[in-house]
Ligand binder design. Structure first.
Ligand code: HEC
Length: 278
């Protein structure tokens, strides 16, 4: 190798390096342009979007079905007592342990049995009562989820005249019909309403008549929806005198009585026209 050929080779190398440095800049510098990457490493790993198609799996689905034996959310106990001893013997772990907090949040479901998840008793019959504690929280939860998942079709007050329900090819059921609270037949049972909310309605030929909402509602949400449907039904059966005397004014204030409603009983505090201040 001659002297001249060596120096021109090193010059070329230098020029190439200079050009590369100019193109790539330094890591950490700010640029408006996206960076040019010569060695991609694992910066841009391939990803699939939900609902997209893939040739990788024979069923073409990028969203994979759960692996056989997957345990449904809400059924596994992560109780620290049942975790590896090392996790519980460390001082201070148990009280603010994530599992402990998670378990507290899920307590309503974890202590329940199969009826809570199926809406059916051991004999396979639909439950006639709601198997979880019905309180103001459950009703609020039910109101929220009814209005999100059911009202579009069944209407905010359950008469079947929701925005979508009105356009349906058939008339939608009215939850105020006696059959939806007469527990002698399935349709009036709490377990049936629960099951319908999650699974939908199918005819005997296997055609789906109503979509199920198990993807959107947890079992507890669905029981809330059932409780709320019961509230909607009750709301048409009762009158102002069913409301505790101290709360009638407030109710009349937010929703004035229709002309046909009975006048509040004398025990009531002043009517809205004379101004209830609370
Ligand atoms: C997309 C519209 C739609 C939504 C949303 C919807 N439903 Fe329905 N639902 C229907 C239709 C349509 C029927 C009537 C099906 C039939 O019997 O042909 C029905 C029927 C029912 C029935 C009566 C079933 C029977 O056997 O008589 C119940 C109960 C019910 N729905 C509950 C719910 C609950 C609870 C929700 C919310 C979690 C809900 N639906 C959301 C369309 C809907």
């Amino acid at each position: 190798m001659t002297r001249t050929s060596v120096s021109s080779a090193s010059l070329l190398t230098l020029a190439a390096l200079a050009a590369a440095t100019g193109l790539t800049g330094c890591r950490g510098d700010r640029h408006d342009e996206p960076p040019r990457q010569f060695f991609q490493d694992m910066k841009d790993s391939p990803k699939w979007k939900s609902q997209a198609k893939t040739e990788f799996y024979s069923d073409s689905r990028t969203m994979r079905p759960s692996v056989k034996g997957t345990v449904a959310f809400g059924r596994t106990s992560f109780a620290p007592e049942q975790m590896a001893p090392s996790a519980t013997t460390q001082p201070g772990v148990a009280s603010d342990n994530w599992a402990r907090k998670w378990e507290a949040k899920q307590a309503d479901l974890l202590r329940e049995d199969d009826r809570v998840y199926t809406g059916k008793g051991a004999d396979g019959a639909y439950l006639t009562t709601i198997p979880v504690k019905v309180d103001a929280d459950l009703l609020a939860r039910g109101e929220k989820w009814y209005n999100i998942t059911c009202a579009t079709c069944h209407g905010y007050d359950g008469d079947g005249k929701g925005m979508v329900g009105k356009q349906w090819s058939a008339v939608l059921p009215n939850f105020h019909d006696a059959k939806y609270f007469d527990t002698k037949a399935d349709q009036g049972k709490d377990g049936y309403l629960f099951h319908t909310a999650l699974v939908g309605v199918w005819d005997t030929a296997g055609n789906q008549k109503m979509p199920g909402y198990a993807h959107a509602l947890s079992p507890m949400d669905a029981w809330g929806v059932v409780a709320y449907i019961r509230v909607l039904q009750e709301s048409r059966k009762g009158n102002i005198n069913d409301v505790p005397a101290g709360q009638r004014d407030e109710l009349m204030r937010v929703r004035p009585a229709p002309a046909s409603a009975p006048a509040p009983a004398p025990a009531s505090t002043p009517a809205p026209s004379t101004g209830g201040s609370k």
